[in-house]
Each structure stands twice: as structure tokens, then as C-alpha cells.
Design a protein around this ligand. Structure first.
Ligand code: NAP
Length: 345
């Protein structure tokens, strides 16, 4: 077992796109678990756009403190344990952050450490059965409430959440229009994720393209991007449309309000008697099992394919987070640090 623990600490609050210099890579001894604690070696890290917000300011969680490890979801293996409920060798999941080893009593910043179910890979634990899949499932079904025959518009459709939303909506009998950046991603959204159409926002007029594909308007908008893409969606609503405000990545690097993208045609909500509603996946913690079961069923039926973009090397944490904002990922963005099974003590 290595005797050093590397950690990426937040050095300063990022301005605009994150830079390596916003973080500091430090090495120290591997921590020893005390009474009632256990030691986890992190094997896989999840990368999520919301991390950018956590670095900047208090949001639905307090901002990461300067000098603290960068907050991130992760899977790891229990290496040593003085805790009655966690055994060496077990694979566990929690908000362990950008660090190779972590000592915990079983509670992390976003909730309890959980044991990864047997047969579930770290990629699936963090992706389709983690925040990504649960966001897609409850955001679409609970907030968006699509009915068979509805037209569902999904932005960020080649990303982790969007690509799952596309497939759930198809499985529910909807017509699905994706929006993604670039011809290759759009081809993937149609050919692999199974959308009926995909609009390349980098080369097409999005509002005109939606109108051509859905002349009667869209019933559900699953919004991951915001700004001009949300404006184009608002200009093409069907009566009583539901807009699921999942995310707005186009503004996550904005430095202040003036730098944020607005939503000018908001009165379309009134005109079309539409509802726009935000949600935070953490609120669905009590229903997590229900979501996992529904997603597992779709996978077993061959209706849900998962795609992960797996980078390697702990030193690449900042670059991997940047990939989300550079549009480099297709599917769930992960970073693999090491592969289990690991020697345990
Ligand atoms: N509400 C919740 O509880 C919750 C939970 C999870 C995620 N989310 C939100 O869901 C959204 C998707 O998250 P994810 O984890 O699935 O990430 P993701 O979609 O896999 O990755 C981000 C993607 O966003 C697109 N993007 C980046 N910058 C953009 C810009 N300026 N304009 C347009 N598109 C841009 C890129 O795709 P292209 O190449 O296609 O541009 C990129 O690949 C995010 O907004 C996130 O904050 C919300």
C-alpha cells in the first residue's frame, strides 16, 4: 500500500474557466482510522458541473473552503476499519472529494457512506445509479411528467444526464429532440442514445430547428444548459408545457450577474400557461431506491445504454473537471485512480 496520500485542495476561488492554479496538489501520510472510523482508498471520482458552483460560493451546499479538498462524489474500497458496519474489502460510495485516501465515520458532506451493491461497477454506481441517473429519472418523470406521445426537448443531450433523459423519454413513448454541440455528438445522440432528432447548437439556429421539428411546440423541456438554448425552447412551447430546470451550465463560469445569460422571453410561460420548475437531486434521497429500480429495469429491457468517459490519473483532476466546460465528454465524466480489489489491512 502506498504510504502517501495525495489531495487536491482549493487554493483560490476560480474566475471564469477553472485553472490548475486554482488548486494545490499536496502529499501527506495516509491517515489512520481512529475508534469508530474506517479508511477508504478512492478508486473512482465523479465529475459534475455543479462542482464549479461549489468552488465559487454558497449554493444549496456551503462553498468548499479555501484549503479544503475539492468536494466530489466517489467510489472507493475500505482498506482498514474500526467501524462495526464497514468491513475491509467492501466497495463504498460517498462524497470523498479529490483525495486518494479518506478516513470517515460513515457520514460525508452530502449524506451517509453507502455500500456499493454487489455486481454494480464503480462506473454505474457513480453514473446511471448515482446522481446522474437519479437526476434524469426524477427530473424527467416527477418534475417533467411526460406522457406517451409528448414531444420532449433535451439540452446537453450527449452529456451524462441528458443522454439518460433521452433514453427514458423514448422508453416512455415520447418523441425526443436532443440539442448538443457538434455533428459527432448529434450523430451519437440519434444513433446510440436513440433520439428522433438532434440539433447542433454550434452550427444551427436552435429556435428555427425546434420549430421545424416540433411545429406544434414541445411539451417537456429538460434544460441542462440555459441562456440562448433555453430562450429558443421557450419560443417553442406547447400549451401547458413543463420546463425542468435541471441545470444552466452556460452560466457556470460567469463571474457576476452581468456575465450571466438571461431568459428574455420568459413571458412565454404566461402565454402558453407553462410551468418552469427547478429541483435538486439530493431532495430525492428518500426515493433513491425507487429510481435505481426503475433505471435497472430499463437497462435489463435493453432500453437504457450507459456511456462513461473515463480519464486516468489523480494528477488530472482539474483537467478532467475542465472537460465538462470544454464539451469534451460524451456520457458520464469519471476519473479512475486505481482499480479494486486492493490489498486490505
Ligand atoms: N438539479 C440537479 O440536482 C442536478 C443534478 C445533476 C446535474 N445537474 C445539471 O445537469 C446538467 C448536466 O450535468 P451532467 O453531469 O450531465 O454534465 P454533462 O452534460 O455530462 O457535461 C457537460 C456538457 O455540457 C455542455 N456544455 C458545457 N458548456 C456549455 C455551454 N457554455 N453551452 C452549452 N453547452 C455547454 C457540453 O456538451 P456540448 O458539447 O453538447 O456543448 C458538456 O459536455 C448541468 O447543468 C448540471 O449542473 C443538475
Amino acid at each position: 500500500m502506498p504510504d502517501t496520500n495525495r489531495r487536491w485542495l482549493l487554493a483560490k476561488r476560480p474566475q471564469g474557466m477553472i485553472k490548475d492554479s486554482d488548486f494545490e496538489l499536496v502529499s501527506g501520510p495516509v491517515p489512520e482510522p481512529g475508534e469508530g472510523e474506517f479508511l477508504v482508498r478512492v478508486t473512482d471520482l465523479s465529475f459534475d458541473p455543479t462542482q464549479r458552483g461549489w468552488l465559487a460560493a454558497d449554493t444549496y451546499l456551503p462553498a468548499v473552503k479555501i484549503g479544503a479538498p475539492v468536494r466530489a462524489g466517489a467510489v472507493g474500497q475500505v482498506i482498514k476499519s474500526n467501524h462495526p458496519d464497514f468491513k475491509p474489502g467492501q466497495m463504498v460510495q460517498g462524497t470523498f472529494g479529490w483525495q486518494e485516501y479518506v478516513v470517515t465515520k460513515g457520514m460525508t458532506e452530502t449524506g451517509p457512506v453507502t455500500v456499493v451493491r454487489g455486481g454494480v461497477s464503480p462506473e454505474h454506481a457513480l453514473g446511471v445509479f448515482g446522481v446522474t441517473g437519479i437526476t434524469a429519472w426524477f427530473g424527467l418523470t416527477d418534475v417533467g411528467q411526460p406522457k406517451a406521445g409528448d414531444t420532449v426537448l433535451v439540452s446537453g443531450a450527449a452529456g451524462a444526464t441528458g443522454s439518460v433523459v433521452v433514453q427514458i423519454a423514448k422508453a416512455l413513448g415520447c418523441k425526443v429532440i436532443g440539442i448538443a454541440g457538434g455533428k459527432d455528438k448529434c450523430a451519437w445522440v440519434k444513433d446510440v442514445a436513440g433520439a428522433d432528432a438532434c440539433i447542433d447548437y454550434k452550427s444551427e439556429n436552435v429556435a428555427a430547428a425546434i420549430k421545424a421539428l416540433a411545429p406544434k411546440g414541445v411539451n417537456v423541456v429538460f434544460e441542462n444548459v440555459g441562456g440562448e438554448i433555453l430562450e429558443a425552447a421557450l419560443m417553442n412551447l406547447a400549451l401547458r408545457a413543463r420546463i425542468v430546470l435541471c441545470g444552466g451550465i452556460s452560466s457556470y463560469n460567469a463571474e457576476d450577474l452581468a456575465d450571466m445569460k438571461g431568459i428574455r422571453p420568459y413571458m412565454q410561460l404566461t402565454v402558453m400557461r407553462a410551468r418552469m420548475e427547478g429541483f435538486i437531486v439530493l431532495d430525492y434521497a428518500p426515493r433513491w431506491g425507487e429510481g435505481v429500480a426503475a433505471l435497472g429495469k430499463l437497462m435489463a429491457e435493453g432500453k437504457l445504454k450507459t456511456v462513461e468517459d473515463v480519464q486516468h490519473g489523480f494528477e488530472n483532476c482539474p483537467a478532467t473537471l475542465r472537460r465538462l466546460f470544454e464539451g469534451k465528454n460524451v456520457g458520464k465524466q469519471l476519473l479512475k485512480l486505481t482499480a479494486p480489489p486492493l490489498p486490505v489491512v
